[in-house]
Design a protein around this ligand. Structure first.
Ligand code: GLY
Length: 311
C-alpha cells in the first residue's frame, strides 16, 4: 500500500470508476487470520459495496489470499481483481483462484476457490521487492519449469533470474509461468488430478518449512523439496540421474538450498500432519524428465524411503 496504492487508486479514478476507502493490514503471514478477514469484511460492509463492485487485491500472496477470500464470502461472492506485487504472487498465488486464511491448526485451512476476474501483474513493481524474497520466489519458478518447460529450465540454469536490468526478461518469465499454471488450473480447478502436480517439491518442502518453524522461506523449502524428490526419483529409476542433476544445478545457481540436514524422522512427523495426506497414503509428485512429472500414491513407509534417498 505505501508504495503503489495511491497510483492504483488514481488510475481507477482516471478510468471513471468510484474508489471506496482503502483497507490495509499489517504485512506478514502471521496476520493471515480469521480476525483480519473479519475486519476486511466489516470494511466492505461499511462501504456498502454491492455485487456490482469489485475488490482490488494489491500486494503479495497474503493480500491476494485474504482479499480473494473476503470477495468470495461478501454477499456470497463479488468480483476480485488480483494485482500481485511480488514475484511469488505473480507466478503462483494470484493465478488459479485459491484463497484462504490460516488457523492455529495449520496454514490455509479455511478458504475457497474463487477465480479472479482479472490479474494485472506489472513487473516494474518487482524493483521494490527485497532481494532475499525475490530469490526465494525463484523456487516456484524453477518448479514450474521442471513441470512443463524444459527450455525455461535450461535458460534459468545458464542465466539465473535476477532483478538487475531484467524488465523484459522478467515479463517473459512471468508470462511463461502464468501460462503453465493457467493450463493446469483450466484442466483441473479443484485439484482432483492434474493440479496436484503443482505440488511438486511441496510434500517434503512443507515438512522442511514447518520443521524450521517457518524461518526458511517457502520457495527455498520448495526448492530443497524439489531436489530431494528428484534425487529419490533418480534412485528409484523413475527419472535419470541427469534429470535430477540439472534440477539441482538450477536450484544451486539461484542460491537456493538443494536439500535439508533435518533427520528423516523429523520430516516424516510433519508429513504425517500434512492436510494433503489421503488416509494412510500421500500423493507425491515425481519428475520423470524435465517438463514431465507424475503423481504417485505412496504409503508412509515408502515416503520415508524417498526422504532417506533424497537426503
Ligand atoms: N500453488 C498451487 C496451486 O495453486 O494449486
Amino acid at each position: 500500500a505505501p508504495l503503489y496504492a495511491e497510483r492504483v487508486e488514481a488510475s481507477l479514478l482516471a478510468a471513471g470508476l468510484e474508489v471506496a476507502p482503502r483497507v490495509t493490514f499489517a504485512a506478514g503471514e502471521e496476520h493471515k487470520t480469521l480476525a483480519t478477514l473479519g475486519s476486511i469484511l466489516d470494511a466492505l460492509a461499511a462501504c456498502e459495496l454491492t455485487r456490482d463492485d469489485a475488490v482490488v487485491a494489491l500486494g503479495g500472496g497474503v493480500t491476494g489470499d485474504m482479499a480473494g477470500l473476503a470477495a468470495a464470502l461478501y454477499l456470497r461472492g463479488i468480483r476480485v481483481i488480483q494485482v500481485p506485487a511480488s514475484l511469488l504472487a505473480m507466478v503462483d498465488s494470484s493465478v488459479g483462484g485459491k484463497t484462504a486464511v490460516d488457523l492455529p491448526a495449520g496454514k490455509n485451512l479455511v478458504g475457497a476457490f474463487w477465480q479472479p476476474s482479472l490479474v494485472v501483474a506489472d513487473v516494474a513493481t518487482l524493483s521494490t521487492v527485497p532481494a532475499d524474497l525475490f530469490r526465494d520466489s525463484c523456487g516456484e519458478v524453477i518448479k514450474h519449469a521442471v513441470l512443463a518447460d524444459a527450455s525455461l529450465l535450461d535458460e534459468l540454469c545458464e542465466r539465473p533470474l535476477s532483478l538487475e536490468g531484467a524488465g523484459e526478461r522478467l515479463a517473459d518469465v512471468v508470462a511463461r509461468n502464468v501460462t503453465i499454471k493457467r493450463d493446469v488450473v483450466s484442466a483441473d480447478e479443484r485439484e482432483r488430478g492434474l493440479r496436484q502436480t503443482l505440488n511438486l517439491g511441496h510434500t517434503i518442502g512443507h515438512a522442511i518449512e514447518a520443521a524450521s518453524d517457518f524461518s526458511l522461506g517457502h520457495g527455498s523449502c520448495v526448492a530443497a523439496g524439489l531436489c530431494m524428490i528428484a534425487r529419490a526419483s533418480a534412485a528409484r529409476g523413475w527419472c535419470s540421474p541427469e534429470t535430477a542433476a540439472s534440477i539441482e544445478r538450477c536450484v544451486a545457481a539461484h542460491g537456493l538450498p538443494t536439500g535439508s540436514d533435518l533427520p528423516a524422522e523429523t520430516l516424516m512427523d510433519y508429513v504425517a500432519h500434512d492436510k494433503k495426506r489421503h488416509g494412510d497414503g500421500v500423493n507425491v509428485v515425481v519428475p520423470i524428465e524435465v517438463g514431465r512429472c507424475e503423481v504417485r500414491r505412496v504409503d508412509l513407509d515408502e515416503l520415508r524411503n524417498l526422504v532417506e534417498l533424497g537426503r
